[in-house]
Ligand binder design. Structure first.
Ligand code: HEM
Ligand SMILES: [Cu+2]
Length: 480
């Protein structure tokens, strides 16, 4: 490697570059799977339903996992500026990740596994001739491996945070609430919350995956289906939420470089993150609102916490973002524009999510395309926009760059087509089009066809952004 000393050279480590590069490529590939699915629903492609469900399983788990890896890149990069992280753990995580991906893809595309990424018990062991035990085992074993890698990653973060700050309480800023002194940086607060909640969530995910793997080969050892569903959604909800909580660190760290105003930590910010830390673990019952056997108090908790869990951190991040931009002479380029877009996308997506977390609405909207509508809004325009911003930031050696017409076109194409794409899901949901159906009724086809057009816009603009950034990540010494 050619390590020239440059006065203003950036300090992006090898593992972060590799994470970012893999994230970019896999996000693109999974978007292509998504486009193929939506076109299939619009009867624009002759894909068989079993292949549709394989693609849907791969797209779901692939996007969730890669959002996790992309978010981890952001967290590892910036957390590493405050605490000392050992690179070996990031590499170990990557090794587990890649091994897990091979198993998952093998289970899906060789073994035919197509039970959706949520592997809801007892579906994986009931392939009905479409897939066998080993395919289900490969899938679940692969997810377990990815989880183990992530667990190592968070255990190392936990160790490094405690070594530097003494305790999680200090890293969460609880002393600051009392004394008003020495607030930890926003990055450390967010990383600590994600570390705590994801260690718990991944352990719970590992428990249910192991139970289901045993059940696969020893069916006499049955699992209570409702318990299984609770454990799976606790894991799934926390993990996917954490992807945004990691990626948002890019907003906290990068946006101030453009506005010249540091991201100051105030007491409400500390309170909001600590509150989220508790609430995110108890909000998942909003995925089980239609399970009548679930205790009533859990339904009520799920609804109430749905309102309170996502809002504090979002509201504070949104107001702080607006505050930091306002009259700041912010310098616009692709990175800063994507970051601001991401806060908008995240905020916009939470609205239909909270609506769906309301029991009365959920009775109607549950299992319609309203659900993919809300989460594509905040994952695509929120989480992915943050990750793309980060990829672009490190590709430009952590400096602002030009905002020419090419960049503007990429940005606006991405923003408008992603928004319109998610809107088509929401409209389909409002028209009661069911979620997870390979074949749609004739009167629904136009939704999928128009959506496919927007999906193509997302794929093309994301490809332009990622391919362009890739050059900067792979050959950092490009400009002298
Ligand atoms: C070009 C961008 C994208 C397209 C075209 C796309 C397309 C789709 C389609 C057609 C479905 C199935 C909807 C249904 O009938 O139920 C789906 C589901 C899903 N997508 Fe996407 N998607 C895109 C981006 C993303 C992103 C960025 C993420 C996450 C970071 C994501 C995560 C998911 C998940 C978790 C599911 C649920 C799968 C399931 O129901 O098991 N997608 N997507
Ligand atoms: Cu949830």
């Amino acid at each position: 490697m050619n390590m020239q000393k440059k006065s203003n050279s950036s300090q992006v480590s090898g593992e972060v570059k590799v994470y970012a590069a893999i994230s970019g490529v896999v996000i693109l590939l999974m978007m292509l799977f998504g486009l193929v699915m939506r076109m299939t629903q619009g009867q624009m492609l002759p894909i068989e339903p079993n292949v549709f469900y394989q693609l849907m399983t791969a797209h779901g788990i692939g996007m969730v996992a890669i959002a996790g890896l992309g978010g981890s890149a952001v967290m590892w990069h910036f957390l590493g500026k405050y605490v000392s992280l050992r690179a070996g753990f990031a590499w170990a995580n990557l090794a587990f990740f890649l091994a897990g991906v091979v198993l998952v893809l093998g289970g899906i595309f060789l073994g035919g596994f197509a039970a959706a990424w949520t592997f809801l018990y007892p579906l994986p062991s009931n392939g009905m001739g479409m897939w066998g035990k080993h395919a289900a085992a490969a899938y679940m074993g692969g997810v377990l491996l990815v989880g183990i890698g992530m667990l190592l990653f968070y255990l190392e973060s936990a160790r490094a945070i405690i070594q530097k700050y003494g305790s999680f309480a200090k890293a969460l800023g609880w002393h600051f609430l009392k004394s008003g002194q020495d607030a930890p940086p926003a990055t450390v607060i967010a990383s600590t919350v994600v570390t705590i909640i994801n260690i718990i969530a991944i352990l719970i995910g590992a428990v249910i995956l192991t139970m289901m793997l045993i059940n696969l080969y020893v069916p006499e050892i049955a699992i209570h289906p409702l318990l299984a569903k609770n454990l799976i959604f606790l894991f799934g909800h926390v993990f996917i939420n954490s992807t945004i909580y990691m990626a948002v660190i890019a907003v906290y760290e990068i946006l101030p470089k453009y506005t010249g105003r540091p991201w100051k930590v105030y007491k409400p910010f500390v309170i909001a993150w600590s509150a989220t830390c508790l609430m995110v673990l108890t909000v998942y019952p909003h995925h089980l609102l239609m399970d009548y056997a679930q205790p009533l108090w859990m339904h009520i908790m799920g609804q109430i916490v749905s309102y309170t869990s996502s809002l504090p951190v979002l509201a504070l991040t949104l107001t702080a973002t607006l505050g930091t931009i306002y009259r700041s002479n912010i310098k616009w380029d692709l990175t800063s524009a994507l970051l601001v877009l991401s806060i908008f996308g995240w905020s916009a997506g939470v609205i239909p999510a909270v609506i769906d977390g309301t029991i009365a609405v959920n009775q109607v909207m549950h299992n319609t395309l309203w659900v993919p509508g809300h989460f594509h809004l905040y994952l695509l325009l929120g989480c992915v926009a943050m990750i793309l911003a980060f990829i672009n930031w490190i590709a430009n050696q952590e400096k602002a760059s030009g905002f020419g017409s090419l960049e503007k076109t990429m940005l606006w194409t991405f923003a408008s087509s992603a928004f319109a794409y998610a809107l088509m899901f929401l409209m389909s949901g409002q028209a009661s089009v069911p979620r997870r159906w390979a074949v749609h009724l004739p009167e629904w086809l136009w939704y999928s066809q128009i959506a496919s057009l927007f999906a193509a816009g997302v794929v093309i603009s994301a490809m332009a952004i990622i391919v362009r950034a890739m050059g900067g990540i792979i050959s950092p010494a490009r400009q002298g």
